[in-house]
Design a protein around this ligand. Structure first.
Ligand code: GAL
Length: 349
């Protein structure tokens, strides 16, 4: 709207940009076509006229392999979308796996006048409080990675039913089913000792997280649905962490020895720990034990290729982070957004 006039009157433009300041709501509501300035306007003067959007990103915990890949990709992708006239001032904060800390961070984002907030909740049970605070301040909210059970649990029904809120993620049921499918595709279907059942150890992520619940449930469901008998030897919480995965696997292997045929881990970080425990116990993946993870971290893809891990499931951090950014930009441009955006998992074996 004003831009073409202003490019003819550069002095006025510079004064105007000083007065308006960066990332103001008025500019945020500018139509999308304004964001793509013609090349001839890409001069120093034009960039002084750039709109800077303030983007707040709250991550549940920096010390998490998968979410580190995710947040780095999110930031670099959003930066790659900058133009001479549109800039993104991105602030990323570490919730340190503490909901009170994250709530403070979100409140600070609101006070700082963020134009959009992307949030990886520490606790999905706090979703409603966070949504109320952010949307109440007229800021669009993109929830990522931890689904607040909007479409699967009646007590949460309608929580995302808000035009300024959405969830971007992957359906964890699919990742669990893929883990089970990888075992079903093995020649012995996981029954290494031929006793008619698959005896397994389950190492779970944070139990408050639907990813952990669904992966635990659907990996075994895939086996039982196919008529395979299963026996749970150990089911423990490893909180997504390598050291806990190692500890749980080591204890399970020393308690149950050769009876352990399959170790299911809700993520690759814990599978890396389990792999170390398997090696220390003198067992060999692919020969006398199977090991499954989720995420497809680079080192785990390598292990699957070498046979030191049976399989994993690609948790597409690139697809998810790009979708989250694209949706955030839509919201910044005042375009309508959906409540859910799903990105598929991919089986790796
Ligand atoms: C999962 C991922 C885990 C962990 C978790 C955090 O999707 O598989 O490795 O990052 O998210 O919520």
């Amino acid at each position: 709207m004003k831009k073409k006039l202003l490019s003819a009157l550069l002095c006025v433009a510079m004064v105007a940009s000083l007065v308006i300041g960066c990332g103001s709501k008025e500019e945020a509501a500018a139509p999308a076509e304004e964001a793509a300035a013609p090349a001839e306007e890409a001069t120093e003067e034009a960039s002084a006229d750039a709109t800077t959007y303030k983007v707040g990103v709250a991550i549940y915990q920096f010390d998490d392999n998968f979410m580190t890949l995710y947040r780095n990709e999110l930031e670099s992708y959003m930066k790659s979308l900058e133009t001479d006239t549109v800039k993104y001032d991105i602030t990323i904060v570490d919730g340190k796996n503490d909901m009170a800390t994250q709530t403070d961070q979100i409140n600070t984002f609101i006070t700082q006048g963020m134009d959009v907030i992307i949030c990886n909740l520490v606790q999905t049970s706090s979703a409603e409080t966070i949504i109320d605070a952010v949307v109440g301040a007229d800021i669009p909210l993109v929830l990522i990675n931890r689904e607040p059970l909007g479409d699967t649990d009646e007590s949460y029904a309608g929580i995302l039913d808000n035009p300024y809120v959405c969830y971007v993620g992957a359906d964890a049921r699919q990742s669990g089913t893929f883990q089970g499918q990888i075992v079903l595709d093995l020649a012995d279907q996981g029954d290494i000792n031929g006793d008619g059942k698959v005896s397994y150890v389950m190492i779970e992520g944070d139990p408050e997280n639907v990813d952990a619940q669904y992966r635990t449930e659907f990996s075994i469901k895939a086996l039982t649905d196919a008529g395979v008998e299963t026996e749970c030897l150990v089911d423990q919480v490893g909180m997504w962490a390598t050291d806990k995965g190692q500890e749980i696997a080591a204890t399970a292997l020393s308690q149950h020895g050769d009876a352990v045929e399959v170790i299911f881990c809700n993520n690759d970080a814990m599978a890396l720990g389990a792999a170390a425990a398997i090696e220390a116990a003198g067992r060999t993946v692919g020969e006398d034990i199977y090991l499954l993870g989720v995420d497809a971290l680079e080192e785990c893809q390598q292990m699957v290729a070498e046979g030191t891990m049976t399989g994993t499931v690609l948790n597409d951090h690139v697809g998810q982070s790009h979708t989250a950014v694209d949706v955030a930009i839509k919201a910044l441009n005042g375009e309508a957004i959906d409540n859910y955006y799903w990105v598929d998992y991919v089986m790796i074996k």
